[in-house]
Every structure is written in C-alpha cells, then in structure tokens.
Design a binder for this molecule. Sequence first.
Ligand code: FES
Ligand code: FES
Length: 201
Amino acid sequence: MSLWEKITNFLSSGYTEQAAAVPDAPEAEPETSNDSLSRKENGMSYTISMTVNGTACSGDVEARTLLVDFVRDHLELTGTNVGCDTSQCGSCTIIMDGKSVKSCTTLAVQADGSDVTTIEGLATNGDLHPLQQAFWDEHGLQCGFCTPGMIMAGVGILNENPDPSEETIRHNLEGNICRCTGYQNIVKAIQSAAQSTKGAA
Ligand code: FES
Ligand code: FES
C-alpha cells in the first residue's frame, strides 16, 4: 500500500479504527521507491517538498495539515485568504500544477512534489501579472477579500482556455464568492486580461 493510500485510509476511518491503526512505534514496513514523502520518526509527521512561486521549499506537516495552512503559516504567504474553510467561497484558491484548487480542502501532503503558485508569485520584477493589471483597470475589486482567490481562479480559467466566453468565465467562477457582489467587473477584468494576452501567447 502506498504512503498516500495509508494517509487516505487513516483520514477516512473512524476514531476507533484510527486509534487501532496508529501504532505506538512506526511500522517497520519500508517505503517504496515511489513514495515521495519521507516519514518522520514518530510516524505522524511527513516531510513534504514542493516548488512555490518558483522557489523550492519543504516542511514537516501532519497528515491532516491543509495546504492553505502550510502556505499561510509555514511559508508565511498570507495573500491567500480563508473565508469559509468549507470549499464554498474560493478565497483560498491557488494554482497547483496549472489548475486552480481550493487550498482549504486540499491536504498539504497532496501538494508534495507539485508546482504551486500563490497570488504572491504572479507579479514579475515589480510588474503586475496581466490579470492583476486588468483587475486594477476594470475596478474588479471593492474590499479585496475575495480578490486573490478571484485572480487565481481567473489564472486557472485562462490556463485552460485563453479566450473564454463570458458564459464560460461566469460558469467557472461559480465556486468563488465576492461578498461585495462585484461580479460584473470581475468578469470584465478576466475578459480584458484574455484580450491583452492574446498577442503575447
Ligand atoms: S476558504 Fe476555501 S473555499 Fe472558502
Ligand atoms: S471585493 Fe469584497 S469580497 Fe470581493
């Protein structure tokens, strides 16, 4: 059984099963060569490694540690917000291997070996990413709480389809909530970014 399967089984089993499943000492079973996680001595902590915003990083996490907590608390990248913690609002959206994911419902161990981009990684040499610029130009924010997640969701949309229709944008933003209800300008900003990057692609 792979280490990831063990973690999944552990998380999905009941308390009694968990208690029975956790031995006092780590199992002697050797890791397979495919396991990219290295298990720590106490058997409850895992060393994970990933590339975040172009920089290799690693850290020790529990099996239950959420990716958003790893990003915010361990890496101190606090631009990723937590709004609901239940995968409904999209404030915690980041890019993992090119796709937008909600980091409040992604385990940190699931991101082991991944290429992760957070809102802090979009600008280059002080120049805003085209989507950041478009949100600025189109006034795609009010209080700004949803904005990092909206922009990262927009990056995910444009990664999949560089020229999305308004309907596609609205459909793909269904998992992101703006408390200020500024959806019209958010959609316009993503359309604008799609237009501005057309020639550059
Ligand atoms: S905090 Fe992740 S979806 Fe709301
Ligand atoms: S701008 Fe306020 S929550 Fe979206």
